[in-house]
Design a binder for this molecule. Structure first.
Ligand code: COA
Length: 415
């Protein structure tokens, strides 16, 4: 039995943030019923298509293991069906623009009345406050959540990251809230409202930058490269390039082939515990006793010199050779892996983190599987549903409509 096998999720999510949440719940065994507008569906089905008239990878990679029912929830018949679905399901998840479900006639109070055990989970761009009515996409959240102002090179423009911390990050936060509410319901017998704002989710992931904001009041941030470079700090946590962000200085360094390969780099951490090993590896044994280099505080003003010397060494090795040499010596390093290299990495396929999925219209494609492994509830990744693929079975089995009633609903344009 899968961990969430008896949980029914009414999935009103679209685009990325909400679908990542319900996909995780589906992977843990929940029956996720994705509700989509008849003839239209989730907008991402048609976005960034690589094959004409076929569900995009954008959609297929975010909607595995779900069932799709089409429903016009603004029509009278559609509202009746939705009411029945709310009665039958345990969790309702949505990430519409603020107020959309209220406008549809299903505010939280109504949902609670229909099913007091219902857990109603929402993602919005912002929590209550001046921006609560705004529509929000990934990069807006990265900017408003503090990530962009602290990402990028010192003196350069703010940068958004490729990791979808606003969308997928908030989806993860919401999933955590949902399983917590499910656990609570076991004791209280009642559902509750679960909300996750993208700005809050991004800020939660930028916690260390707020740490630094407060440390700044007590002096310069000595582990930041700009300290050693003599560049004064301003009032806010600055952009720190590839500085480690933790107590062990690190940087991205060139490796053999960097002139032609954009990913021939390694991340190298000068962890204090293995400093002597680092000195030996890079051919600077004298630094072990040198008062300018022997201790972590002594090195802080000299980080450019330290990383310059390490880079002279890494440039003589490939990023994989750096890994092979440093790992046995406990020196923490990591190659900069391109998406191509990750896609071809056999060990990630063996663990199910990367999976090949078959799709009736697009054939086989590669996807990221479930990144969380439960020993008693293994994940089998199944393809995303076609638009409305499960409409009839859901109307019959979950809503309890007869064949005749289903035909009527179709004729009325409700499904
Ligand atoms: N039947 C009938 N109507 C439906 C429907 C269905 N099955 N599914 C959706 N709709 C309607 C909604 O009720 C809404 O109608 P309304 O504007 O009259 O209230 C309409 O479709 C569009 O929904 P909306 O959420 O406004 O879509 P959008 O494409 O304009 O905006 C976002 C997209 C992502 C910007 C917006 O949904 C949003 O800000 N979401 C919250 C934050 C978020 O999750 N952002 C990240 C997304 S990855």
């Amino acid at each position: 039995m899968k961990a969430l096998e008896d949980v029914k999720i009414l999935d009103f999510t679209h685009v990325q943030s909400g679908p990542t949440c319900t996909q995780l719940l589906a992977w843990f065994g929940a029956d996720v019923i994705k509700v989509e507008r008849p003839g239209v569906g989730d907008a991402t089905r048609g976005q960034l298509r690589d094959i004409p008239d076929v569900d995009s990878l954008y959609f297929t990679m975010l909607n595995h293991n779900k069932r799709s029912v089409t429903l016009n929830s603004k029509s009278e018949k559609g509202k009746e069906i939705l009411t029945k679905l709310i009665e039958e399901c345990d969790v309702m998840v949505e990430n519409f623009a603020p107020g959309a479900l209220d406008r549809m006639g299903f505010p939280w109070e109504t949902i609670q009345e229909i099913n007091p055990r219902m857990i109603y989970a929402s993602i919005k761009g912002f929590g209550p406050g001046p921006y609560e009515d705004c529509k929000v996409y990934e990069n807006v959240a990265q900017c408003a959540g503090g990530a962009a102002s602290t990402t990028g090179m010192l003196g350069g423009v703010p940068i958004v990251t490729g990791a979808q911390i606003g969308d997928s990050g908030t989806g993860l936060h919401l999933a955590m809230g949902i399983v917590t509410a499910l656990y609570h319901r076991e004791k209280s017998g009642r559902g509750q409202r679960v909300s996750a704002a993208m700005q809050d989710g991004v800020l939660n992931l930028c916690r260390v930058k707020l740490r630094d904001q407060q440390r700044l009041e007590h002096g310069p941030l000595e582990e930041y490269s700009q300290f050693g470079e003599g560049i004064p700090f301003g009032e806010a946590t600055p952009r720190a390039g590839n500085d480690s962000g933790g107590g062990q200085p690190g940087r991205i360094l060139k490796c053999k082939g960097w002139e032609t390969d954009p990913d021939a780099y390694t991340y190298f951490i000068t962890q204090a515990a293995v400093w002597k090993n680092i000195c030996d590896v890079i051919g600077k044994p004298e630094w072990k006793e040198d008062e300018n280099f022997a201790t972590p505080p002594a090195r802080l003003p000299h980080l450019n010199e330290v990383f310059g010397a390490i880079e002279e060494w890494t440039m003589t090795k490939t990023k994989f050779e750096v890994m092979e040499i440093c790992n046995p010596l406990n020196i923490p390093v990591g190659p900069i892996l391109s998406m191509k290299e990750i896609a071809e990495e056999p060990s990630l396929r063996e663990t199910g983190t990367m999976v090949e999925v078959d799709h009736p219209e697009r054939g086989s494609y590669l996807s990221v599987g479930c990144p969380i492994k439960l020993s008693d509830s293994p994940v089998e990744v199944e393809r995303s549903p076609l638009l409305g693929e499960h409409t009839e079975e859901i109307l019959k089995d979950v809503v309890g409509l007869s064949d005749e009633e289903i035909s009527e609903a179709k004729e009325a344009g409700a499904v």
